[in-house]
Write a protein that binds this ligand. Structure first.
Ligand code: ADP
Ligand code: GLC
Length: 484
């Protein structure tokens, strides 16, 4: 090992190349922050079709090979480019990586079983040719789950050294479950591992479980979630293995990209503002209201959501009481996509209440910035939330989050305390629609008090959500692991 830790950071998506959720933000900002403080961190991810389309001019071929994937021979290409000081390695195979980042079902299992094998082979090839010799692999979510197994049972021997693996859980709900035959067929996994001691959980082979068994260390994206997933209510069946390895599990809170999300310099918002000068916030609110053709007064509070529309995000609570909420003097804006039944519901609401609601079904980065900048409140009533970035981005724009007390939302939102007059948002504890409505009403009450509202906005704007603190924690963890 040299003095500068060399880390290969592996994920299925990363900004600005491909994103479906917060994982992509973290897989961009964390490596960038670590590189800026002197570590040699490089990112490896699939070359999805959209990357080839948008970045063709910069991509440089690095490796072209044929690898064994079970009985098959498959093409493995590695292409590279540098972005924000970070070297990216893209795993290319058009059979597996095309338009859909996640194909769903067995096809998706196959995509990422291939990916795990391809990452190990690509590491072997770039290591062997001296291009990059990692001291540690930092793996993220189930898509990378078989890598610790493959390293421990095969590749460390081939490479002639033990490369420690850190596995970060971004969401334990998604585990990569399949019949053992599929795993065996693609990765030649010996039958002896098909037991609850190793890869099996409730009758399925499970890629996330494989990672939790074989990785040297485990981390997750907030301290509260680290604690919660050791219990059966949040562990989705993996609480046993996590509790057993409790001493090797760390909860490290995510940060956000404070350069990309900066109300003082954001080129996409109507007017800049800051903790020292809040005036621009009003212009952003006006612009947002006009963009959605709302007829509400500028004094009417705007509650927004920017979210994947899935059960995790507590959308069923919103569906339950939104019409009741709309009886108040309030405007509601939603940007999101996901479950068609939720999409239909919000389209219905937009059609029924055109003057007070605005709905954009789809994914739109630029609009997200304008919503964070222009809204008064961001609603995030998640059933569970490993960390959550939206609430931190909202605070960065002086927009107060209204959240359920779960996972990272507990660690990032200080609920308004009426006795001290302090806080950085609002919260409720029980997963119940009327408890949520109650919290929203508390927020609307505070909104009427200009002085308190201003103080809370300033508190939120003053928070440091940069990745610096987490980066120091990851760095310390890497160092302990590399020293062994
Ligand atoms: P998750 O990763 O579970 O979806 P996070 O809060 O960690 O939740 O991250 C969500 C990220 O995706 C944030 O950066 C948020 O702004 C962004 N986002 C979510 N939905 C949309 C959308 N429809 N359009 C644009 N950005 C979105
Ligand atoms: C997952 C989680 C989210 C977290 C993100 C980044 O998508 O659902 O809570 O913020 O990963 O770690």
């Amino acid at each position: 090992m040299t003095d500068t830790p060399k880390v290969l950071f592996v994920a299925s998506e990363s900004m600005p190349f491909a994103k479906t959720g917060g994982l992509a933000d973290v897989a961009h900002t964390l490596p960038k922050t670590l590189v800026a403080s002197g570590l040699d961190v490089r990112v490896m991810m699939p070359r999805h079709a959209r990357i080839k389309d948008a970045w063709a001019a910069q991509l440089k071929p690095l490796v072209q090979a044929e690898i064994a994937v079970g009985w098959r021979r498959k093409y493995l290409g590695v292409e590279t480019l540098e972005h924000s000081g970070v070297t990216y390695y893209f795993i290319d195979n058009e059979d597996y990586f095309g338009d859909a980042i996640y194909r769903g079902g067995d096809a998706e299992n196959e995509q990422y079983l291939f990916f795990c094998k391809a990452v190990c082979e690509a590491t072997r090839l770039i290591d062997g040719s001296g291009i990059f010799k990692p001291d540690l692999l930092h793996l993220n979510d189930w898509h990378t789950g078989m890598i610790p197994f493959l390293m421990k049972t095969r590749y460390n021997a081939i490479l002639g050294r033990e490369i420690p693996t850190l596995f970060t859980i971004h969401n334990i709900e998604f585990q990569g479950k399949m019949g053992f035959e599929q795993m065996q067929d693609l990765l030649d996994v010996p039958e002896l591992y098909n037991t609850p001691e190793y890869l099996e959980l409730a009758g399925s082979a499970n890629m996330m479980k494989a990672a939790l068994v074989f990785a040297d260390r485990i981390s997750t994206v907030s301290p509260s979630y680290a604690h919660e997933i050791m219990g059966h209510w949040a562990g989705f069946g993996l609480e046993g293995i996590l509790s057993a390895r409790r001493g090797e599990v760390s909860g490290i809170l995510n940060g956000i990209d404070t350069e990309d999300f900066d109300p003082q310099t954001d080129p996409g918002i109507a007017a800049p503002f800051s903790v020292a000068d809040l005036r621009g916030k009003r212009s952003n609110k006006k612009a947002l209201r006009d963009e959605f053709a709302l007829t509400t007064a500028l004094t009417t509070p705007i509650i927004a959501m920017v979210s994947r529309l899935t059960d995790q995000k507590g959308i069923s609570l919103v569906r339950h009481v939104l019409e009741e909420l709309l009886c108040e003097d309030v405007a509601f804006i939603l940007l999101g996509s996901g479950d068609p039944s939720y999409e239909n519901f919000f389209n219905y609401i937009a059609a029924k209440y055109p003057d007070t609601t605005g709905v954009y079904i789809g994914y739109n980065e630029a609009l997200a910035h304008r919503i964070y900048a222009g809204a008064d409140f961001l609603l995030m009533p998640s059933e569970f939330e490993p960390c959550g970035l939206s609430q931190m981005i909202a605070q960065r724009y002086g927009t107060l989050p209204i959240v359920r007390e779960t996972g990272g939302l507990i660690d990032t939102v200080e609920p308004y305390n009426e006795f001290t007059g302090q806080g950085t948002g609002f919260s409720f504890a029980t997963y119940n629609a009327h408890d949520m409505l109650e919290a929203i009403r508390r927020a609307l009450g505070v909104y009427q008090n200009k002085a308190v509202m201003r103080r809370l906005r300033k508190n939120a704007l003053a928070l440091d959500h940069s990745f610096q603190r987490s980066a120091r924690q990851y760095e310390a963890l890497y160092e302990t692991m590399i020293k062994g």
